[in-house]
Design a protein around this ligand. Sequence first.
Ligand SMILES: Nc1nc2c(ncn2[C@@H]2O[C@H](COP(=O)(O)OP(=O)(O)OP(=O)(O)O)[C@@H](O)[C@H]2O)c(=O)[nH]1
Ligand SMILES: [Zn+2]
Length: 225
Amino acid sequence: MKAALNTSTGDLEAPTRNNGAGDGGADSHLEPAPTREEAETAVRTLIRWAGDDPAREGLRDTPRRVVDAYREYFAGYHEDPFEVLSRTFEEVHGYDDLVMLRDIRLESHCEHHIAPILGVAHVAYLPRDRVVGISKLARVVEIFSKRLQTQETMTAQIAEAIEQALKPRGVAVLVDALHQCMTTRGVHKTDVSTITTRFTGVFKEDGDYRDRFLNMVHGRRPSVG
Ligand SMILES: Nc1nc2c(ncn2[C@@H]2O[C@H](COP(=O)(O)OP(=O)(O)OP(=O)(O)O)[C@@H](O)[C@H]2O)c(=O)[nH]1
Ligand SMILES: [Zn+2]
């Protein structure tokens, strides 16, 4: 769903329907969206919680910047993956093999600590008779990653959206990411990759397709740029 435009502030309102990770977008009972002023006040509270003075010069504009940054970090709540995947085309000269996007850079935030999750997604599908613009697959990754997430949910949502929208012969998604809630705090384990996968259709039923996907994930990169 698209965000509503607040005509008095020119600001995007948060969606009134939960488009979030937890329930895959089912209706829920979200409170009305806070105003920008309320959001900035919350940031001032967190600055005081950190032990600093939100009124000092260096921090005076920080609440505005943080609220703007949240718009970027969580832009995916205002985008609809099905709209993105709605434009497909047939004229690909009978091409009927895998289509794969490897190393789609992913920047998300974990729903437990609101700490960055940084990684890559590899997305493949086996078309039935129509294909989608390849950039749209990367946009779907973008939409689900720009929300409060767990890696498992995000992986499943990416695969399910492609599955439902394109009805292909199969979808494969592998996400490989670092969770800053595990590196900069808590257990402090650096360089730990978290890897999650979701396979549907032929990738789920046929080990050969799954192996081809995994071999392509680990295969050599092209030398052209
Ligand atoms: N399964 C899963 N867990 C995650 C993800 N992101 C963060 N977590 C974990 O969520 C858990 C939250 O655990 P809690 O014990 O409630 O929170 P905490 O006291 O901050 O935990 P620590 O991180 O161990 O300090 C932690 O184990 C995190 O590592 C994710 O994408 N998937
Ligand atoms: Zn976390």
